[in-house]
Design a protein around this ligand. Structure first.
Ligand SMILES: [Zn+2]
Length: 99
């Protein structure tokens, strides 16, 4: 279920960010690519503030360059609504590049 993969990886990214809340702002942090591939564990390198700023946007996912959000993501919004914001999963924006 690729949409569940995206939701799970996003939750992991949130934990990573919270764990490194005191990290220096200029340091890059490795976040998981939030695409729908079950076996994708590639990294998207962002500073903490850049991640925070991007996540404030409603249609944002951290994606390795060339990776795509799950096509059935919209249906995942309903099933994951109990733990995540539906609004946050309404679209996607590609950030970061990690060819
Ligand atoms: Zn990916």
């Amino acid at each position: 279920m690729s949409e569940e993969v995206t939701v799970t990886k996003r939750q992991v990214n949130e934990v990573i960010r919270e764990a490194l809340r005191d990290f220096p702002d200029a340091e890059l942090i490795a976040f998981f690519c939030e695409c729908g591939k079950e076996r994708c564990y590639q990294t998207v390198w962002l500073t903490g503030p850049a991640y925070d700023e991007a996540r404030a946007a409603p249609e944002w996912l951290a994606l390795v360059h060339g990776h795509r959000a799950a096509e059935d993501l919209a249906s995942a919004l309903v099933s994951s609504a109990a733990t995540t914001s539906k609004r946050e999963y309404s679209g996607r924006t590609i950030v970061g590049a990690n060819d």
